[in-house]
Design a protein around this ligand. Structure first.
Ligand code: GLA
Ligand code: ZN
Length: 657
């Protein structure tokens, strides 16, 4: 397939009694340059109206019609939602929430991953779908379930969790030790006393809470693997994906990525909702971070599985995309390594939860709409740039985002309790790097570090086994590592190391941290770097310097004169410590200097032009540089001695050999 995919979720189950709608949809799809539809995501009730009574002929017709018209199909397994009869007969397939309430029929992505009956039912329907459509010429990809997330706290899941703990800790003594459970009378004397965290029970044994997150992440992945196996019985090669949705949905995506052939992401930025109506830069940075994360999971192109052609229906304010934003935001995904622009949804349903969610074809059914024209424009553009499809992304810079670290930081009491802002801290560093016009990968602490010239790890509070040694080896061999405030404090069970942080790395960084201060909102400590003043905010590590070079010091408070940013040469590399959440301007300047010192080749060698994002893909020695203006105002950027003028929400691609 040598074209970008353009299309998205299509739920024709709603119009089966009106075949003229399918006909009309196909006509409109062709007009809009749509070459793909994602089918069957929530179709279980249509496939199996009664237990073990199946009907597929409706889907046969749709699949055939798509094929006859040159439209490819991504076919889903329908496990995210189920028929009402099933829940009535087997209520245990539904989840129990953390308050120990069993959910009723309805909604979606809310089943118990331990329910044997549900597993059997899913296997059976998946097998029937896979065997029926494996060889269908329209089929190009399998879509497992939908936006899998969350946890179940039923007795079955609790028992499985206890088994998981037995495997991990072997003895209760060991478990009690690792949970430091002697505190607050939390000692467990029998495995069946252990309960998953609950707001009406316990959330204070942090190691246990973290273990439950890990356990459920594994169980979610195990469920998807089961579905994958069922498909593979009948279909050996068609790629399998599942749509991912957020940094914290209860699944460690770095593990999930491993079982998928390709990764895919659902992206719904809240465009035009910020205070500054002339700039969508901040929202663009967040979207970009997600795309880079999804791509980095397999270090290969990913798919934008869902996006809205206009508005969502669930945001606090469901804004329309302003003219130009649909094309620009679609191209942003492509620039970040996506091989598709897909939507939720093709045609708006006239009833139900999502009747006001944006769609390519609205309730009127008209093609004479702004949204339809916007979609046609994306279709045209994707055809024009088809040669870029499959191009890779070369990044010499990485940021560590680690899901267990995020979960652990969320759980702890301390710092600023209602505002830990780990994700925000990550995105601040990310933004500073993106502003320096380099491609960035987002990796976990378990990933291979060796291919990067610079790695940044903001607030890496939790060090898994050997993380310290791996960072040390990376730096020793010539790597450049930036470690942020409040790092290297606890082990993988959220148990504090009995030393000054950063654990195992005091010699490498030439320092240790004695205390960490938390600042109130609007409070800051002035820091001078190269004769300019910047702000240290939120958290301030009080550093005890051993033999690091002090780059910047705190300018105020009782720790005035103490180092806040340091550098230390170690082996062939450099260990940098940034002991506070430094403001945007500092991060940009400091990382700019580092990128230069380290000799990282930037995509373009210009200072940051406000609101202009630059990303690059590469294929067969050809570089495709995307320049994207997220401002309503005109901007000019110079790339390789040539000036490019970009109007409101405009983008350009520069091709170089
Ligand atoms: C998610 C779901 C879709 C749809 C969209 C609406 O991404 O996967 O089924 O509900 O949200 O934004
Ligand atoms: Zn359960």
């Amino acid at each position: 397939m040598n074209e970008f995919l353009h299309g998205g979720d299509y739920n024709p189950d709603q119009w089966l009694k009106r075949p003229e709608i399918l006909e009309e949809d196909i006509r409109l799809m062709k007009k809009a340059g749509v070459n793909e539809v994602s089918l069957g995501i929530f179709s279980w009730a249509m496939y199996e109206p009664e237990e073990d009574v199946y009907q597929f002929s409706w889907m046969d017709k749709i699949m055939d019609a798509m094929y006859e018209n040159g439209i490819k199909v991504i076919l889903a397994t329908p496990s995210a939602a189920r028929p009402a009869w099933m829940v009535k007969k087997y209520p245990e397939i539904m989840r129990v929430n953390e308050k120990r309430e069993r959910l009723l029929y309805g909604d979606r992505e809310n089943y118990c991953c331990s329910s044997e009956i549900y597993r059997e039912k899913v296997k059976k329907i998946d097998g029937m779908i896979a065997s029926r459509y494996a060889k269908h010429p329209a089929l190009i990809m399998w879509h497992l379930s939908n936006e899998m997330y969350g946890e179940c706290h039923c007795e079955k899941c609790q028992n499985k969790f206890r088994e998981w703990l037995k495997k991990k800790y072997k003895t209760l003594e060991n478990l009690n030790e690792q949970y430091n459970s002697a505190f607050w009378s939390h000692t467990f004397y029998s495995w069946d006393e252990i309960e998953s965290p609950s707001s009406i029970g316990d959330q204070a044994v942090h190691g246990l809470a973290l273990d439950f997150s890990r356990f459920y992440s594994e169980l979610n992945i195990d469920f998807l693997e089961m579905e994958k196996k069922e498909i593979r019985k009948y279909c050996k090669h068609t790629p399998i994906t599942t749509n991912m949705l957020s940094l914290d949905c209860g699944i460690d995506y770095s593990d999930l990525g491993k079982i998928l052939d390709v990764t895919s992401w659902d992206s719904y930025p809240l465009w035009h909702c910020g205070k500054d109506k002339t700039s969508e830069w901040k929202e663009a940075v967040k979207a970009s971070f997600h795309y880079d994360y999804c791509r980095s999971l397999k270090k290969q192109p990913f798919y934008l599985m869902e996006s809205t052609p206009s508005n969502t229906n669930w945001a606090a304010v469901c804004k329309l995309k302003r003219p130009g934003m649909h094309l620009l935001s679609s191209m942003q995904a492509i620039a970040s390594g996506s091989d598709s622009v897909l939507y939720f949804q093709w045609r708006q349903g006239k009833g139900g939860y999502e009747k006001f969610h944006g769609a390519v074809v609205g309730h009127s059914g008209s093609e004479d709409t702004r949204v339809f024209r916007d979609v046609c424009q994306v279709g045209d553009e994707l055809k024009k740039i088809a040669e870029i499809k499959g191009a890779g992304t070369i990044s010499k810079v990485a940021i560590i985002f680690d899901w267990p670290n995020l979960r652990a930081l969320k759980g702890i009491k301390g710092l600023k309790n209602n505002k830990k802002d780990f994700v925000e801290a990550l995105q601040e560093y990310y933004e500073a790097l993106i502003k320096n016009y380099v491609n960035v990968d987002i990796i976990s602490q378990r990933d291979d570090f060796s291919e990067y010239q610079l790695i940044v790890a903001p607030m890496l509070y939790l060090f898994e086994k050997d993380t310290d040694k791996r960072i040390k080896a990376y730096i020793e061999n010539g790597g450049n590592f930036v470690l942020g405030v409040f790092s290297g404090i606890v082990n993988e069970n959220d148990l504090a190391f009995e030393c000054f942080p950063p654990y195992g790395l005091q010699d490498v960084f030439g320092l240790c941290v004695e205390e960490t201060d938390a600042l109130c909102e609007d409070e800051f400590n002035e820091v001078t770097y190269k004769d300019r003043t910047y702000h240290a905010t939120d958290y301030c590590d009080l550093i005890r310097n051993q033999d690091a070079t002090v780059v910047a010091e705190y300018g105020q408070d009782f720790y005035k004169g103490m180092p806040v940013v340091t550098k230390h040469t170690w082996g062939k590399g450099t260990a940098v410590y940034i002991g506070s959440r430094m403001n945007e301007e500092f991060l940009y300047e400091f990382l700019h200097d580092m990128i230069q010192e380290v000799g990282i080749e930037r995509i373009c060698d210009t200072p940051y032009i406000s609101d202009i994002m630059v990303k690059q893909r590469e294929k067969k020695g050809i570089k495709y540089t995307f320049l994207m203006n997220f401002s309503t105002e005109q901007r000019v950027i110079e790339v390789e001695h040539q000036q490019y003028v970009l109007g409101c929400y405009e983008y350009k691609i520069i091709t170089t050999k």
